[in-house]
Ligand binder design. Structure first.
Ligand SMILES: Nc1ncnc2c1ncn2[C@@H]1O[C@H](COP(=O)(O)OP(=O)(O)OP(=O)(O)O)[C@@H](O)[C@H]1O
Ligand SMILES: [Mg+2]
Length: 315
């Protein structure tokens, strides 16, 4: 009996030892969903800004830190409460066919054609003399550029002497460029985001006694370099090129210069002198501003096709 008892006891011990050693495999975790490369859609067009925003952009912008999206960076901007001057800001009227808008669309096409051939993102708008329409052209160029969905544009008031763009937009002039150049504010403290999708604005900032020295102090280059990856276009307004040197300094940091000439106003020798100021720079075009309505090609076009005066609507 005792041997039988011992055998039973041994068998029992063996079973319980086997049971203890039997380890159930853990439940398999849910398989990772690996996209099937064949069934994934192929992107036919380059991504627009909205789509790029969802991606992290730390590689392109190491200066802002890692793992940040464009949208999270832009959420640091100042919320601009703009009340635009509708006479100057042609595209804020909601009238896509308003007078002058077609010319700005043509200008936009020309810039895109140029961009196919050369690097072009930072455009300086200048002219020989005061009151020739630099700010008007800069403001409307920036607006027409954001009419194309997903094209993010930064408008910068680089006229530290007679800044007026903040009036056109109906917003604060400060803090702005001068505060950044003086080292008193960072880029997001001066960057305004207004009601028009994808249009951003840096005003001139407070008045300073030595604007040319400030523009040349090296911080403008840093600012443009840091912000460049966030935008598709950067449009800089400037003071007149003949009386002061600022526009020439600003041009050093831009990819191209757009020259404004006022019809029946800018003297030929002044236009030529301004051109010489930018002799080493890329002149991307000349805007003939303020031409007679009767001479405007788009006026002719609209008359012929019945817009916007409605005379020929039956055609
Ligand atoms: N094509 C245009 N149609 C209507 N108004 C215009 C046009 N061009 C300029 N203006 C107006 O003329 C005035 C002078 O234009 P703007 O301020 O753009 O010139 P500017 O060259 O920037 O002058 P400044 O050298 O003083 O900065 C503004 O009131 C502007 O709204
Ligand atoms: Mg101006």
């Amino acid at each position: 009996m005792s041997r039988i008892h011992e055998a039973l006891k041994k068998a029992e011990e063996q079973r319980s030892a086997e049971h203890e050693m039997h380890i159930e495999p853990p439940l398999a975790s849910a398989p990772e969903v690996v996209p099937d490369p064949i069934s994934m859609p192929v992107a036919a067009v380059p991504p627009l800004a909205d789509e790029r925003d969802r991606r992290t952009v730390s590689a392109a912008m190491p200066s802002f830190g890692t793992g940040l999206s464009v949208e999270s960076l832009l959420s640091r901007c100042v919320a601009g409460h703009w009340t635009p001057d509708r006479k100057t800001m042609l595209f804020f009227n909601g009238d896509e066919q308003g007078y002058g808008t077609e010319e700005f669309r043509t200008l936009r096409s020309r810039l895109y054609q140029l961009r196919d051939r050369l690097p072009l993102k930072k455009v300086l708008v200048t002219s020989a003399l005061p009151k020739e329409g630099k700010s008007f052209v800069a403001a409307n160029l920036a607006q027409v550029l954001v009419q194309q969905q997903g094209r993010r544009t930064l408008l910068i008031d680089g006229d530290l002497r007679g800044a007026r763009l903040h009036n056109a937009l109906g917003t604060e002039s400060s803090p702005g460029l001068t505060e950044y150049l003086l080292g008193e504010a960072d880029e997001f403290a001066i960057l305004q985001r207004g009601p028009m999708d994808n249009l951003f604005f840096i005003p001139c900032g407070r008045k300073v006694t030595s604007p040319a020295e400030l523009v040349a102090n090296g911080r403008l280059k840093t600012l443009l370099n840091r912000l460049e990856p966030l935008f598709d276009w950067m449009v800089l307004d400037s003071p007149p090129a003949v009386p002061v040197s600022d526009a020439g300094l600003l041009a050093n940091y831009c990819d191209g210069v757009l020259m404004v000439v006022r019809s029946n106003s800018t003297p030929f020798d002044m236009a030529r002198k301004a051109r010489q100021e930018f002799s080493g720079k890329q002149l991307v075009g000349v805007v003939l501003n303020g031409i007679d309505q009767g001479n405007s090609y788009s006026q002719y076009y609209y008359d012929a096709y019945g817009k916007p005066n409605g005379k020929n609507e039956q055609r």
